[in-house]
Design a protein around this ligand. Structure first.
Ligand SMILES: *Cc1c(COP(=O)(O)O)cnc(C)c1O
Length: 387
């Protein structure tokens, strides 16, 4: 099976190709599921599925048995509802902005209720609707970002009718330091989460994001909320990555140049050819989400092709002097993210995290969603563009 999006950016016309390996995504979901024993992993697909396409990603996760999804904003929940139909539970992590409660009901989205105001607004919406409405409570166990602070948990616990009309789906919290297993903040948050949950009506609990799953069973509760690990980002930084790579980004060569010694290369002539050299200009730049001060090489199979000069908006110049002249021509693809330079590698070389690399990916790529036939797909790309 193979799906394609964005007809305006066909394989032939686009400057770069983003391949999402849905088989690897499936495998990553299964790895997390096994790690969780009997606890189900939800799918966190906010920010358009970390830039990879929420509908395609969530569709595959649903096929793997995933029944619960999390997005950040209500409109993301609406798009996902259209893609997935009525069955799955779709949570909105940021909660519902004041005045959007009816829209939330209309789309059968489940708000994450982060504050006394959000709880009260949802309670009144239920009263107007004349029926109980599902909502998930978030408590702040120590990240200080979203959720009821401890004092508000105590206050609301003492108010007998605070949750009238609200059917509490989960009580959840979020870990600030889960990717640092030795950080004492993890255990402190775990303890605080249990203490706060005990004051609230009994409901299934959820604490772990991707990295939280690897902190051990104590963090698993009744539902895990992985995002990054599904997409191949290492949830255990410093240890080998237990996840498979999902993303490949390859850009087309536009033009090959033979440059004399002394040639100034790119904006500001930041680079000067010290000796005669061969360059290739590729069709991808910072407007495509490639950070301007970021990772500075592309790959052709085992050969590293360093960037020379500055990254432009729509193009980058590579030093390809190490390749024999017949190895590369206009239209061929070189790899920017893939097996030789993973999302985490690109992030480390760019001084950021894999999350930012993925969510920065631009809208001008030809997008390929490769599934069982991934071998064929990889073959297709090679023969068509490097043959
Ligand atoms: C983004 C997010 C997640 C997923 O985190 P990953 O590190 O990508 O697994 C889970 N829970 C909450 C509240 C989030 O904001």
């Amino acid at each position: 099976m193979m799906r394609q999006q964005s007809p305006a950016f066909s394989m032939a016309a686009a400057g770069a190709v983003l391949t999402v390996d849905l088989s690897a995504l499936r495998e990553n979901y299964r790895v997390l599921k096994r790690k969780l024993g009997g606890v189900p992993p939800a799918g966190v697909v906010k920010a358009n599925g970390y830039g990879l396409g929420a509908a395609a990603i969530a569709g595959v996760l649903a096929e793997e048995g995933c029944e619960t999804f999390f997005v950040a904003h209500l409109p993301e929940a609406e798009a996902l509802r259209l893609a997935l139909g009525q069955k799955p539970a779709i949570h909105v992590l940021n909660g519902i902005p004041p005045g959007a409660e009816e829209e939330c009901i209309e789309w059968s989205a489940i708000p994450v209720l982060n504050s006394l105001e959000q709880i009260e607004a949802w309670r009144r919406a239920a009263s107007r609707a004349g029926r109980p409405l599902p909502g998930t409570l978030q408590v702040d166990s120590g990240m200080s970002r979203l959720g009821l602070p401890p004092a508000d948990v105590e206050r609301i616990a003492a108010m007998p009718d605070a949750f009238d009309g609200i059917e509490i789906v989960h009580v959840m919290s979020h870990l600030a330091c889960a990717d640092e297993p030795d950080n004492p903040a993890n255990e402190a948050q775990l303890g605080e989460f249990k203490r706060l949950s005990a004051m609230l009506p009994k409901a299934p609990s959820s604490l772990a994001n991707s990295s939280g799953i690897f902190l051990g069973e104590a963090y698993h509760f009744d539902l895990a909320r992985p995002g990054a690990a599904l997409f191949g980002i290492n949830p255990t930084p410093g240890s080998p990555n237990p996840m498979q790579q999902v993303v490949q980004l390859a850009a087309k060569v536009i033009q090959i140049r033979e440059l004399p010694a002394g040639a100034g290369i790119g904006y500001g002539h930041d680079f000067q050819a010290g000796a005669p050299m061969r360059t290739a200009t590729i069709s991808l730049g910072y407007a495509d989400g490639w950070l301007r001060g970021g990772a500075a090489a592309a790959w052709l199979e085992d050969t590293r092709l360093p960037f020379v000069g500055r990254v432009s908006m729509d193009s980058i110049i590579l030093d390809v002097s190490s390749l024999s002249p017949d190895r590369l021509k206009a239209g061929d693809l070189v790899e920017l993210i893939g097996a030789r330079q993973t999302v985490d590698d690109v992030a480390a070389l760019s001084g950021t995290i894999g999350y930012e690399i993925l969510t920065s990916l631009g809208g001008r790529f030809h997008r390929v969603y490769a599934d069982e036939e991934k071998q064929e797909m990889a073959e297709f790309i090679r023969t068509r563009w490097q043959g």
